[in-house]
Design a binder for this molecule. Structure first.
Ligand code: GDD
Length: 411
């Protein structure tokens, strides 16, 4: 891959945020120039072998999951954490069928679990991590809660890198690129504590019967503005460096995943920045992770070559995502009265139901959890946990079906 070098890096305490880097060529020929870095496929493959891709999913079209699964490079392990319906329609069963079929056809390592599995709740409880449980001892709804589950499974497999891919992507080729972009980011990183966040080149929408290649999503533009304002008011120098505040498509080293705190639901991504600014920024008061402080935390922001075409979830969803995102800024330890007043102005009517921006639920770092013990518990007790290892066809009846040529079709 040939990728632009960052033109500028904003340094805030131990946090280094690299400016946007464009993918110049997905497959390149080893030609380096001062403005671009060439990363060979061999280097990328070496990262992929240590990378797990987590797919959080909730009631998405099964065709979309099928495409996403097929797009993820074979060398990665895939972990599907589903919060899909199991009552009227057992959507999780359909997801499991698709996963088993793809595993049987490809032999790729794929794990899956249902977020509401009581044994998953119990495993978190046993691990002393009950901050994501509801009153019934089940894991709460929420994308972030699914992501944490996936990260623990990835840790138990000894993975060094963890990435995320949404399940509602209409273009499998773009998912493949995202994973390669993650790997490229890690190849460039100089710190074991690093994160790669993707910025889509375009997010196409249908406007008056025509495709319009929009550059910015409504929520992300606003989230970026306030994360930048937070940073600018702290340093005294205006910046626009943050352009991936809501990057659902992101990846991080397991070392960094271990020391991050996580915010609930969709506020998880903007909170990455807020947490890093609070804990490792210029004004950080306590030194909790001295290794990371010394090594520095690197954030890469890569603009993809492919556009992002995904399922639209409606106005209410957008409002909730904006509220969750801006609340992370409002409650940052670094937020001053001026930024708070601007956030309140921005939220306007969305805040009607609250007197002040509600605080998101925070979940502490997962580094303290014994991930092997956690997964062992699931292996022996969970009804929904499935672990398809590389190179094993578990379902003999299905194998016979394939050998006869009756290939699977997503319905
Ligand atoms: N396991 C699990 N549990 N997955 C969930 C849950 C849940 O409770 N809720 C949603 N998901 C899955 C969805 O099925 C999808 O695969 C992914 O999480 C993202 O959810 P969407 O509802 O599709 O979000 P979006 O497309 O509006 O927003 C995405 O992009 C934003 C940036 O533009 C998300 O990734 C956001 O987090 C991101 O900020």
């Amino acid at each position: 891959m040939l990728i632009e070098m960052p033109r500028h890096t904003e340094i805030f305490g131990s946090v280094k945020i690299h400016e946007l880097q464009r993918v110049l060529k997905l497959d390149s020929g080893g030609f380096e120039n001062p403005r671009a870095k060439d990363i060979s496929f061999g280097e990328i493959k070496a990262v992929l072998e240590h990378l797990a891709i987590i797919i959080p999913i909730k009631d998405e079209k099964i065709h979309l999951l099928d495409g996403v699964l097929r797009a993820i490079p074979f060398d990665c392990t895939v972990i599907v954490v589903s919060n899909s319906e199991r009552d009227a329609h057992d959507i999780y069963r359909m997801e499991k069928d698709v996963i088993t079929n793809i595993h049987n056809l490809t032999q790729q390592e794929i794990l899956s679990i249902h977020q509401k599995d009581p044994e998953l709740g119990f495993a978190f409880y046993e691990a002393g991590y009950d901050c994501l449980l509801d009153r019934d001892g089940l894991v709460r709804d929420g994308k972030s809660e699914g992501m944490i589950t996936g990260m623990l499974l990835a840790k138990s497999l000894g993975k060094d890198f963890i990435g995320f891919a949404d399940a509602d992507n209409y273009v499998p080729g773009s998912v493949r690129e995202y994973v390669i972009d993650y790997a490229a980011g890690f190849c460039m990183s100089e710190s074991p504590y690093s994160m790669v966040r993707l910025h889509w080149r375009y997010k196409p929408k249908v406007v008056e019967d025509r495709l319009y290649f929009k550059k910015w999503g409504r929520v992300s533009e606003t989230t970026n503005k306030y994360l930048n304002l937070l940073l600018s008011t702290c340093t005294g120098f205006e910046t626009g460096v943050v352009i991936t505040g809501n990057a659902g498509e992101h990846a991080l080293t397991t070392k960094l995943a271990d020391i991050m705190s996580y915010s609930t639901g969709y506020s998880v991504e903007p909170y990455h920045f807020v947490y890093l600014f609070d804990e490792f920024g210029l004004k950080a008061e306590k030194i909790a992770y001295s290794d990371a402080l010394t090594a520095g935390i690197e954030i890469f922001q890569i603009e993809t070559l492919n556009p992002h075409l995904h399922e639209e979830k409606g106005e209410e969803h957008i409002k909730n995502m904006l509220l969750g995102s801006l609340c992370t800024v409002y409650h940052s330890e670094l937020c001053n009265d001026y930024v708070r007043s601007k956030v309140l102005e921005e939220l306007g009517d969305i805040l009607d139901a609250w007197e002040r921006p509600p605080e998101n639920i925070m979940m502490p770092p997962i580094g303290v959890i014994d991930a092997s013990k956690f997964t062992k518990l699931l292996k022996s007790n969970s009804e929904t946990f499935v672990m398809h290892e590389q190179g094993s066809i578990e379902d003999e009846a299905k194998e016979e079906e394939y050998l006869k040529g009756e290939s699977f079709q997503a319905v």
